[in-house]
Design a protein. Structure first.
Length: 120
């Protein structure tokens, strides 16, 4: 349910608010912030799952000579903000660490996103 715009405490600007029954009243900015936090939480969980998979499933299936590279990638995934760009790749917005967390069409067909991280 949408309620009429209200005056913001610090300015004379009107802000739109949404009232959720039995929960509260929220501004668009608050709702968008909550959504960004939820998106970040989901992508961080994907990164944690990838780290676990690399060490528990991926690395044992690789030849021994690649174990150190797998450990390095897993460690870098854990230590890096998901939306940080991967150095060494084209300057495209989708080339962030989060691209490594799941296979999406076209990106899984190439090793390109992994090369700068693993120095393969």
């Amino acid at each position: 349910m949408t309620i009429p715009p209200t005056k913001h405490k610090s300015t004379d600007d009107l802000i739109e608010c949404v009232q959720i029954k039995n929960v509260g009243t929220f501004s668009r900015n608050q709702i968008e912030t909550c959504r960004r936090v939820q998106n970040l939480k989901e992508v961080v969980q994907l990164g944690l799952d990838m780290h676990k998979w690399l060490l528990e499933k991926g690395m044992p299936s690789l030849p021994a000579e690649y174990h150190e590279s797998a450990r390095k990638v897993a460690s870098e995934v854990m230590a890096t903000f998901p939306y940080k760009r991967i150095n060494g790749l084209s300057n495209l917005p989708e080339y962030t660490y989060s691209i490594l967390y799941r296979a999406t069409p076209l990106t899984w067909l190439t090793m390109q996103p992994f090369k700068p991280v693993a120095n393969v």
